[in-house]
Design a protein around this ligand. Structure first.
Ligand code: CA
Length: 388
């Protein structure tokens, strides 16, 4: 049966007997949804994309219940935050070995990016390792369907549902615009359930703003070109304020009283204190950090029932969190990159057997997906949300 006729018949049959909600369940297409058609009218009015093409593309998008479910906040008590457990999922032998290979295969490009953008190779390698294990796990969701689902059916139980839906409508518009302008089939793109794509898991807006052709073949390919991924990650960091030569963090000794600690933790991951102010609040920064000129943040890394770890994060630590607004995420990126660099310089390759089952345990895959989702939801939002 012709697809349009089939959809129409399903729609009519459902409307005849039941509510609209039933019709939604019967047909997953957005072709008859008011929100989707309003989106077409709104985007077409901006005239950077042909209306007929846009209409056809939006009409082909389908609701994906799994995308909606994965984005739905879980109920129940939050688990105890544990930095060491989180770290163990990312700074582990499988990722370090894959990172060594990636660095070896792309050493010239990483060195060029470090020189041109000022972003260390180990930070770039850390990001790409945490995101996709160097392109091994780029996601299998239809990006068009995922973005349409989150634009038109964002889970209403989310505390910022309206804001998030608006964000995903903008991402859907950008995704379709990118596809239209580059003449690619929007339904060929696969990615995370939040619509992040390729080796560095870029959202469409990041792709449009920061992706670069870094292998010089005249096109940007974040799915197939490690060089384009490397240049794009470095450019993303520069675009978010990366400072060449500045460490991401320093060691800090914390002897603060509860009031001082509350003062230092109030701005969360936003660098807000001079080294002198840190010291005055009972948290002297160690080593070179004592002479750091820029603002610092006291980064709290809870370890379950064990003693909390702290570091003094710089502007560059904050920039890493622009990829994912989470101190756990940023520290994992930094420490994975360090582990790869150390293995590379010492020639010590970690054992093949992982210490954890991060790569085979589906619950960890979901957790990693959540980390990515939080990144997306935080990336576009200035509203403060708790970090890990
Ligand atoms: Ca390229």
């Amino acid at each position: 049966m012709h697809a349009f006729l089939k959809k129409t018949l399903v729609f009519i049959a459902a409307s005849a007997c039941c509510t609209w909600a039933t019709a939604q369940k019967t047909s997953n297409s957005y072709a008859q949804r008011d929100e989707a058609q309003a989106f077409v009218n709104e985007v077409a009015a901006r005239e950077h994309i042909d209306r007929g093409w846009l209409q056809a593309a939006v009409n082909q998008t389908q609701f994906n219940a799994r995308v909606q479910s994965l984005m739905t906040p879980r109920t129940g008590p939050a688990g105890v935050k544990n930095w060491r457990a989180y770290r163990g999922r990312f700074v582990e032998p499988i990722r370090i070995r894959a990172g060594l290979r990636f660095w070896q295969d792309n050493a010239d490009t990483l060195a060029r990016a470090e020189k041109e953008f000022g972003v260390p190779a180990e930070i770039i390698a850390g990001i790409i390792g945490v995101e996709t294990i160097y392109g091994q796990q780029m996601g299998g969701f239809s990006v068009a369907d995922a973005l349409a689902t989150l634009a038109f059916d964002f889970p209403s139980s989310h505390p910022r549902a309206a804001e998030r839906a608006a964000y995903f409508r903008r991402e859907l518009e950008q995704f379709l615009t990118n596809a239209y302008l580059t003449r690619v089939d929007p339904f060929a793109a696969k990615g995370s359930y939040a619509g992040a794509m390729g080796i560095p898991q870029f959202m469409p807006s990041s792709w449009a703003a920061y992706a670069v052709d870094y292998d010089g073949d005249g096109r940007i390919d974040l799915f197939g070109s490690p060089a384009d991924a490397i240049g794009s990650v470095a450019n993303y960091f520069v675009g978010h304020g990366w400072k060449r030569g500045l460490p991401t963090h320093y060691r800090v000794q914390v002897d603060s009283n509860p009031q001082q600690l509350a003062t230092l933790l109030a701005p969360d991951i936003k660098p807000s204190f001079s080294a002198a102010e840190m010291q005055a609040n009972g948290a002297p920064v160690q080593g070179d950090g004592a002479a750091n000129a820029g603002p610092l943040a006291l980064i709290e890394l809870k370890n379950g029932s064990d003693a909390t770890s702290y570091v003094a994060g710089t502007q560059n630590f904050y920039v890493v969190t622009r990829y994912n607004w989470s101190s756990f995420y940023a520290m994992s990126v930094i420490e994975l990159g360090q582990a790869i660099r150390q293995a590379r310089s010492s020639g010590t390759v970690p054992a093949a057997e992982p210490e954890t089952s991060a790569e085979v345990d589906p619950s960890n895959a979901v957790a990693a997906g959540y980390a990515a989702a939080w990144r997306r939801s935080r990336q576009a939002s200035p509203a403060p949300v708790p970090s890990n």
